[in-house]
Write a protein that binds this ligand. Structure first.
Ligand code: NDP
Length: 387
C-alpha cells in the first residue's frame, strides 16, 4: 500500500492521477489532496478517496469546503499554509501538479518531508531546479519527471552511459496555431489559443503550447533533469504527437519513445516507479498513422522558444525570472491587455532589463528565487503597454 498525495488534484494531471489510482485502489491510500477554486470537485474526490486532509489555495473557499466535508473525518485547510500542511504530511509519493510557480513551495515541502516527488509542475524545475535536486538528494528521495517528453527521455536513456548520449530531441506538436503564418497570429485570441489539436490539458499549458513557451520551459527542464547542454537539445515540430523524444548516441544509434498522446502513460510510469502497468490505452496503429513528420520550428513565428535556450546559457536566476515574466505576460494575454505575439516581446524585454541590471547572475537560493520572481513580474508589467 503506497501513501500518496496530489497537489493540484482538481486539474488535468491531478484528475488523470486519481483516475489511475481508482483503477488500482487496493494499492494506494490517499493522504492529501489540494485544489484551488474547484472545491466541488475537491470535496467529491476527498470523500471518494477517503483523504485524510485537503486544502484549497483559495482562502475565501475555506468555509464552503469545510461545510461540504462536514460529517466526514477529513481535515480541511486553506491558503498557502494549507497547501504546505498537505505537502508536509507523511506520504511515500506526491504528485506535484499545481499550475505555475505556486507549485514550487508545496513541491519542495513534499521533498523535504521525505516523499518521492512526481513532477508535472515544470515551473519549479525551471525556476529552482538546483534547489529541487539538492533537496531530493539531501533527503534521499526521487524527483521523477512526469512531462511526457521528460518521462520519454528517462525511459530511453535508462541503462545507457551518460557520456554515450550526444543529443536529445524534444518534440512539439506546434499547438493550436501550427498551420498559421506569423502574420495570421497578430489577432489571435485566448480562446483560439486554448484549443490544442492533440492533447487535453489545462488552459495555461495549452496556450503555452501554442506559443511554444511550454517548449521553452521544457528545454530548461530537460537541462535540469538530465544535466545536458543547450547545444545538445533540439526541438522539432512533430504534428502527430506520437514520438515524444529521441536520444542520439555516440555510435550513431538513436532511440525514440513513441506512445499515444495521453498523460496517463507518463503518470503511471512515475506512479509505479518505472514499472509498466497495464493501462489498456488504445494502441497506436502505425500502419494507420502512415507518416511521422518532423520539422524545424520557425523561430520568427515562435520567438519564445529561443528564450528557453538563452536561459540555459545564462544560468543563475534566469530560469526563475523567465518563468515569472512568462506568467505575467500570459495573465495579460488572458486579460486582453497583450497580444499573443506580444508575450514573447514582454518576456524578452524583461530578461534584457534584469540582465542589464546584473540581477540574474546570483546563485539559485530560495530567497533569491522568490525575490527575482517578484521583480520579474513587476518589470514585465511595465513592458505590457509597450507591445
Ligand atoms: P490545470 O489548470 O488543469 O490544473 C491546475 C491545478 O492547480 C488545479 O488543481 C488548480 O486548482 C490548481 N491551482 C491553480 N492555481 C493555483 C494556485 N495559485 N495555488 C494552488 N493551486 C492552484 O493544469 P494542468 O493539470 O494542465 O497542469 C498542471 C501542471 O502540470 C502544470 O505545471 C503543467 O505545466 C504541467 N503539465 C501538464 C500537462 C497536462 O497534460 N495537463 C502535461 C505536462 C505537464 P482549481 O482547478 O481547483 O482551481
Amino acid at each position: 500500500m503506497k501513501n500518496i498525495s496530489i497537489l493540484g488534484a482538481t486539474g488535468s494531471i491531478g484528475q488523470n492521477t486519481l483516475d489511475l489510482i481508482s483503477s488500482d485502489e487496493n494499492n494506494f491510500k490517499v493522504v492529501g489532496l489540494t485544489g484551488s477554486n474547484n472545491i466541488d470537485l475537491l470535496a467529491e474526490n476527498a470523500i471518494k478517496f477517503k483523504a485524510e486532509v485537503v486544502a484549497t489555495a483559495n482562502e475565501s473557499k475555506f468555509h464552503d469546503l469545510k461545510e461540504m466535508l462536514s460529517g466526514h473525518k477529513i481535515e480541511v485547510c486553506a491558503g498557502k499554509n494549507g497547501l504546505l500542511e498537505v505537502a508536509s504530511r507523511q506520504a511515500d509519493w506526491v504528485m506535484s501538479a499545481i499550475v505555475g510557480s505556486a507549485g514550487l513551495l508545496p513541491g519542495l515541502k513534499a521533498l523535504d518531508a521525505g516523499a518521492n516527488l512526481a513532477l508535472a509542475n515544470k515551473e519549479s524545475m525551471v525556476a529552482a531546479g538546483p534547489i529541487m535536486k539538492r533537496t531530493s538528494e539531501a533527503k534521499g528521495v526521487k524527483l521523477i519527471p512526469v512531462d511526457s517528453e521528460h518521462s520519454a527521455i528517462s525511459q530511453i536513456i535508462k541503462g545507457e552511459e551518460r557520456n554515450s548520449l550526444s543529443k536529445i530531441i524534444i518534440t512539439a506538436s506546434g499547438g493550436a496555431f501550427r498551420d498559421l503564418t506569423k502574420t495570421e497570429l497578430i489577432d489571435v485570441t485566448p480562446d483560439q489559443a486554448s484549443k490544442h489539436p492533440n492533447w487535453d490539458m489545462g488552459k495555461r499549458i495549452t496556450i503555452d503550447s501554442a506559443s511554444l513557451f511550454n517548449k521553452a520551459l521544457e528545454v530548461i527542464e530537460a537541462k535540469e533533469f538530465f544535466d545536458i547542454k543547450a547545444s545538445e537539445i533540439e526541438v522539432l515540430i512533430h504534428p502527430q504527437s506520437l514520438v515524444h523524444a529521441i536520444a542520439y548516441f555516440c555510435d550513431g544509434g538513436m532511440k525514440a519513445h513513441i506512445g499515444p498522446p495521453d498523460m496517463r502513460h507518463a503518470i503511471a510510469y512515475a506512479l509505479y516507479e518505472e514499472k509498466r502497468f497495464n493501462l489498456s490505452l488504445e494502441e497506436v496503429n502505425l500502419s494507420e498513422v502512415g507518416t511521422l513528420n518532423f520539422e524545424k520550428p520557425d523561430l520568427l513565428k515562435y520567438p519564445a522558444l529561443q528564450l528557453g535556450f538563452d536561459v540555459i546559457e545564462q544560468g543563475g536566476l534566469a530560469g526563475a525570472a523567465f518563468n515569472a515574466a512568462k506568467e505575467e505576460a500570459l495573465d495579460n494575454f488572458l486579460d486582453y491587455n497583450l497580444s499573443f505575439l506580444g508575450m514573447a516581446d514582454v518576456v524578452r524585454a524583461t530578461m534584457d532589463d534584469l540582465t542589464s541590471k546584473n540581477l540574474l547572475s546570483s546563485e539559485v537560493e530560495l530567497e533569491a528565487v522568490m525575490e527575482i520572481d517578484l521583480q520579474a513580474r513587476v518589470t514585465a508589467k511595465t513592458f505590457v503597454d509597450k507591445f
